[in-house]
Design a protein around this ligand. Structure first.
Ligand code: ATP
Ligand code: MG
Length: 387
């Protein structure tokens, strides 16, 4: 009998034709994320992982989207006696007074059907332990999966992150600031299978190295879920200063956001990203009214996905704490958008006014110059902490 980790795909099962692609990507992602040495076997319904270091491996697997559930299981031969022995071993390792056996016979060549197995193995446990049967609320639920080559026996299941494997849905560009919202927006997008690149707009000397360092650490946290994630930094100083010098202060944020999405769109295309992602949420600040969002959207052909659009701040904070970005986000260093901001920015910007103001700026030249000097930031993958 061999101990291993069994992985269940969950939502993947509904994906029909794409299923084999999803499973292959999930396998690749597991190989990238798990930092211990593993032996991985991919099957139609399950992935099985053998490892010497089960605790670390499970901690790493908790960072992989597309895993619905995991279980520590024993792999045994498709033989009644071997299964009986394994079930007794599992029972002896578990604690509780009641049990239930659930057999799933995927291998129809196995002579005993699921119902019969439940009775047979249940009877064996009753005879060889002091446990009682409880069908409705057992302390120990033993699952026996009889498959073509082997049978897998387990009891406790560990919750995975759910969602889809990162990458199956394509690529997006996250506008990552040092705030609370955008890292959470990135996390939720990755959860739906989108691989990410991140773009940060900095305005030195108005924003500090420490503000940038904060964003780097946020990207580092996100990289735990997508090993191929990169962070790029745009120097936004010239644009912010030009807007500040040329236009009325109350339209600053509107025009700045339009610059941001215009630059992001063009950069995204060079990275084969198909969407932009932001942490905007309706009503959170003046720049996030429906009118403002519409004026921002108008500047780009690329869809802007806003996963937090209907979330309350308190819900976002709860998520940020769970993901591990909150403590970094609340560090005080100034972000570029807070530097040149009006006390009372326009709440319902008009597109007509926006056009008039933008005509006063060398928009294309400024955008081009910003795009030309975008730099890739080095972000290390950290050793995963045990959850
Ligand atoms: P967050 O929304 O991440 O908490 P914030 O509240 O400081 O940060 P907002 O002013 O709400 O930022 O900006 C809305 C969105 O615009 C952010 O969620 C982010 O996606 C994007 N954004 C703002 N500032 C920047 C920046 N300096 N670099 C990249 N993206 C930014
Ligand atoms: Mg915000």
């Amino acid at each position: 009998m061999t101990k291993m980790i069994l992985i269940k795909y969950g939502e993947l099962s509904t994906k029909g034709d794409n299923r084999h692609i999803f499973i292959s990507v999930l396998k690749e992602n597991i190989e990238k994320v798990v930092q211990t040495e593993i032996d991985i076997l991919k099957k139609h319904d399950r992935i099985y992982i053998k490892t010497e270091n089960i605790a670390d491996t499970i901690a790493d697997l908790k960072k992989v989207f597309g895993i619905h559930k995991m279980a520590l299981c024993y792999q045994v031969a498709n033989e009644e006696e071997a299964i009986k022995k394994t079930v007794l071993k599992l029972i002896s390792e578990a604690s509780g007074k009641t049990f239930k056996i659930v057999t799933k016979r995927a291998n129809k060549n196995f002579p005993t059907n699921s119902q019969m197995m439940n009775h047979l193995i249940g009877g064996h446990v009753l005879k060889n332990s002091i446990l009682q049967v409880d069908i409705k609320k057992p302390d120990i639920k033993i699952t026996i999966e009889i498959r073509d080559e082997f049978t897998y026996v387990y009891h406790e299941e560990i919750k995975g992150l759910g969602g889809f494997p990162v990458g199956v849905g394509g690529r997006g560009l996250l506008l990552l600031s040092g705030g609370i919202d955008s890292p959470v927006a990135g996390y939720l997008t990755m959860k739906r299978g989108i691989a990410l690149d991140c773009l940060y707009f900095e305005s030195p000397p108005h924003t500090s190295e420490r503000a940038k360092n904060k964003v780097i650490r946020l990207a580092q946290v996100l990289k735990k879920y997508d090993c191929d994630l990169n962070l790029y930094v745009v120097n936004f100083t010239a644009i912010q200063e030009k807007i500040y010098q040329t236009l009325p202060l109350n339209y600053n944020i509107t025009i700045m956001r339009r610059f941001m999405v215009a630059i992001a769109e063009e950069f995204a295309l060079t990275k084969a990203a198909k969407i932009l992602i932001t942490g905007e949420s309706i009503g959170q600040v003046a720049s996030q009214t429906l009118e403002s969002l519409a004026v921002i959207d108008e500047k780009t052909k690329m869809p802007i996905i806003r996963p937090l659009v209907c979330y309350d701040k308190s819900e976002i904070i709860t998520l940020a704490k769970n993901i591990g970005t909150y403590d970094i986000s609340i560090e005080p260093y100034q972000d570029c958008c807070t530097v040149f901001i009006a006390k009372h920015p326009v709440i319902r910007p008009s597109l007509k006014t926006v056009y008039e103001y933008e005509a006063k700026l060398p928009f294309t030249e400024l955008k081009k110059a910003a795009l030309e000097q975008i730099k890739k930031e080095n972000i290390k993958k950290e050793k995963h902490e045990l959850l």
